[in-house]
Design a protein around this ligand. Sequence first.
Ligand code: HEC
Length: 119
Amino acid sequence: MLSKVRMHENTFAKMTLVVKVLATLIVAILALSYSGSLFAADTFKGQKIYTTNCAVCHGQNGQARLPGAPSFNRGESILKPDFTLLAAIRAGKNAMPAFQGILSDRDIMDVIAYVRTLN
Ligand code: HEC
C-alpha cells in the first residue's frame, strides 16, 4: 500500500518533469517561429523593394534625388523607431506618397531594415 503510494508520487514527479520539458520546448518553438515571422527583417528583399519604390526620390545609394527627401546615406530621418517610420511610409508624408495598399507592413519593415544599412 505504502509502496504503491510512493510509486504514484514517483510517476507523478516524472510526469510533471515531462510536462515541464514539453512546455518549455513548446514555448521555445513558438518564440522562435514568432520572432522568425515577425521580427527578422529581410534586407535583400528590402533592397529590391527600395529600388522599385523608393530610389526614384531617395536615391539608389541613399543620396536623395528629390529636394526635401531625406538622404539615408547621411542618416537623415532614420534616427526614429521602426514603427514611426512604418507609420510615415504607410500614410505618406508631404511629397512622399502613401504606400498602404501597395506594400505590406512586412515589406515596409524589410525596406526600413535595408534603409538602415545605407549610412
Ligand atoms: C515621390 C518621392 C518619394 C518616394 C517615392 C518615397 N519617398 Fe520617402 N520621403 C519623401 C520625402 C519628400 C520625404 C520627407 C517628408 C517630410 O518630412 O516632409 C520622405 C520621407 C521619408 C522618411 C522619413 C519619414 C519621417 O518620419 O521623417 C522615410 C523613412 C522614407 N521617406 C522612406 C521611404 C521609403 C522606404 C520609400 C519606398 C517604399 C519612400 N520613402 C518613397 C519622398 C519620397
